[in-house]
Write a protein that binds this ligand. Structure first.
Ligand SMILES: NC(=O)c1ccc[n+]([C@@H]2O[C@H](COP(=O)([O-])OP(=O)(O)OC[C@H]3O[C@@H](n4cnc5c(N)ncnc54)[C@H](OP(=O)(O)O)[C@@H]3O)[C@@H](O)[C@H]2O)c1
Length: 234
């Protein structure tokens, strides 16, 4: 079974936060960087986001550029990438914008979550029951079977943490915005976890790009600087 290539995308403040504690979504990046992210979305077969980000930010998660959507169609792809979310509890309102824009939608959930979501989301999304828990290996296996070869993951903290802790991320693109947040209780990029090889394992820094006042760092988490896979090294 071929799992998709997994690209994590995140914008962080200088002090490592990805949002503040206000009710509105904090926009950390600049217009040019949002355009870069739009290209990443257009290059992906599917985009995944955690249920809590859906509830708190209520994103539409679209490819905004008509030219990029036209290029997808010309290449024989759907106009929009598949939109994917994960929820253990199934507490997702059918009113969220996510369900009402773009192309196909998919929810990975538990047996308990599926009981709530199948009825709530009928005609809005396919609901996949993964049993007792949402295991990201099982999610990637199923996406592979569906023909997804390139998956972009757009947060939040818990989802990125779970994928890195399970060593399932192939690439990380981190946009560092020149702001400080400093608010107690604001979410950080990653939570406490047992990361493979931490703290000695070093990711390969593939490149650094300046996008206006934002620095975009591109890492390959499973590779070291020399290009040798880090897993299993002393
Ligand atoms: N700056 C950025 O680039 C950026 C991007 C995205 C998000 N964010 C921010 O991130 C914050 C949300 O992050 P978050 O950590 O609270 O939530 P999250 O990662 O978006 O979603 C977590 C939810 O995913 C579901 N889930 C199911 N299985 C899981 C598993 N195995 N591992 C992890 N999650 C699983 C659970 O949903 P249920 O609770 O439904 O069971 C869980 O509560 C928001 O403040 C948002 O603005 C920032």
């Amino acid at each position: 079974m071929t799992r998709p290539y997994v690209l994590l995308s995140i914008a962080v403040s200088i002090d490592g936060y990805i949002d503040d504690t206000g009710p509105e979504r904090l926009r950390l990046s600049n217009a040019a960087d949002f355009d870069r992210v739009d290209q990443l979305r257009a290059d992906s077969d599917a985009i995944l986001i955690g249920a809590q980000t859906l509830r708190s930010d209520n994103p539409r998660l679209l490819v905004d550029s008509p030219d990029r959507r036209a290029a997808r169609l010309a290449a024989g792809k759907p106009e929009y990438p598949l939109k994917v979310t994960v929820s253990a509890g199934g507490d997702l309102s059918p009113k969220l914008q996510f369900w009402h824009h773009g192309g196909d939608k998919l929810v990975y959930t538990t047996a308990a979550g599926a009981k709530r979501l199948v009825e709530r989301l009928s005609n809005l999304a396919d609901v996949v029951n993964l049993g007792a828990g949402v295991d990201f290996g099982a999610v990637l296996d199923d996406l592979g079977v569906r023909g997804v070869t390139r998956l972009m993951v757009e947060g939040g903290t818990r989802v990125h943490t779970a994928l890195l802790a399970a060593d399932l991320a192939d690439e990380l693109q981190m946009a560092v915005a020149p702001i400080l947040i400093g608010t107690a209780g604001a979410p950080r990029f990653l939570a406490h976890a047992t990361y493979p090889g931490a703290p000695n394992r070093r990711m390969r820094l593939q490149d650094v790009t300046q996008v206006g006042d934002v620095a975009v760092l591109r890492y390959f988490p499973k590779k070291s600087w020399s290009g040798v896979a880090t897993q299993g090294r002393p």
